[in-house]
Design a protein around this ligand. Structure first.
Ligand code: NDP
Ligand code: 8X3
Length: 261
């Protein structure tokens, strides 16, 4: 396939995007490829990666990887084709929320899965790729956090906790990487549509999913891809630490108070 290369200075860059099989990850892959960046896309669903490969051609390599599984992550990264092995953009995007129950009614297995995907997944990919970036003194790590890192809401318990970890880890990485050319950015979106996020969160209860988005104009995956590319495309002297973004139809509420009856 002929890739339309808009940004000539991007054409030697190689990105690894986790969670490329859906939603934000897929949109980021498409945007990067459009800009001439070569992309390694990962996810658990091989058929989706195969479809992307058929569509996007030589600039895309799909790798099946469960980010919860340390060995799977390290094996996959070690076995990257040599021409795609020097990753200089890592997008830690794979992640999920499970349920919206109060903490006292939540399933421990759901909490564990959110921690192992949203936290361990970010740690494994970062640990596997950061030393090479430091050695080459080139790289940009973009973590997909959430407004849930900063704004608590009922039922956000562990999901918000995992994204608060992502935010603070991103900032602490910056502290460690001072003096290198490596950049770290945490992008924190609010209500977004056009992804599988809510279907996963509500265990495929599509009525519930519909009710979340009814009458709203949420952020779309293309908006996230645009934001990610903007941070990558800024001059190397600029590091965007965090971006908090909401759809215009979303804002802040008053803090609730429980009153005696
Ligand atoms: P989607 O459910 O559409 O995409 C999630 C992606 O993560 C899929 O490609 C999925 O691939 C991958 N993934 C999930 N678990 C694993 C795993 N164990 N190993 C490897 N890959 C995995 O959701 P979004 O695109 O909406 O979400 C992307 C990120 O954005 C998440 O981190 C989410 O928390 C965050 N976010 C989402 C918001 C929203 O409202 N949509 C708002 C704020 C943040 P596969 O199933 O093939 O493994
Ligand atoms: C997803 C946004 O508000 O559902 O991270 O937590 S929210």
């Amino acid at each position: 396939m002929q890739v339309l290369c808009k940004s000539l200075h991007m054409e030697n860059r190689i990105a690894l995007v986790t969670g490329a099989t859906s939603g934000f990850g897929e949109a980021i892959v498409r945007r990067f490829i459009h800009e001439g960046i070569k992309v390694v896309g990962t996810g658990r669903r091989k058929e989706r990666l195969d479809q992307l490969k058929a569509e996007l051609g030589d600039h895309f390599v799909g790798i099946v990887m469960d980010v919860q599984d340390k060995q799977s992550v390290f094996d996959a990264i070690q076995q990257l084709p040599s021409e795609m092995s020097k990753i200089d953009i890592l997008v830690n995007n794979a992640g999920l929320a499970l349920g919206i129950s109060p903490a006292q009614q939540s399933k421990l297995e759901d909490w564990e899965r959110m921690v192992s995907t949203n936290i361990n997944g970010v740690l494994y990919c970062t640990h596997a790729l950061l030393p090479g970036m430091v050695e080459r003194n080139a790289g940009h790590i973009i973590n997909i956090g959430s407004i849930a890192a900063e704004f608590p809401y009922p039922g956000g318990n562990v999901y918000g906790g995992t994204k608060a970890f992502v935010r603070q880890f991103s900032l602490n990485l910056r502290a460690d990487l001072l003096g290198t050319a490596i950049r770290v950015t945490d992008i924190e979106p609010g209500l977004c549509g056009g992804t599988e996020f809510s279907a996963v969160r509500f265990n495929q209860d599509l009525q519930k999913v519909k009710s979340i988005y009814e009458g709203t104009d949420p952020i779309l995956p293309e908006d996230i891809a645009e934001t990610v590319f903007w941070t990558v495309n800024l001059p190397g002297r600029v590091n965007v630490n965090t971006i908090s973004m909401m759809p215009t139809c979303q804002a802040f509420g008053a803090l609730p108070i429980s009153r005696r009856k």
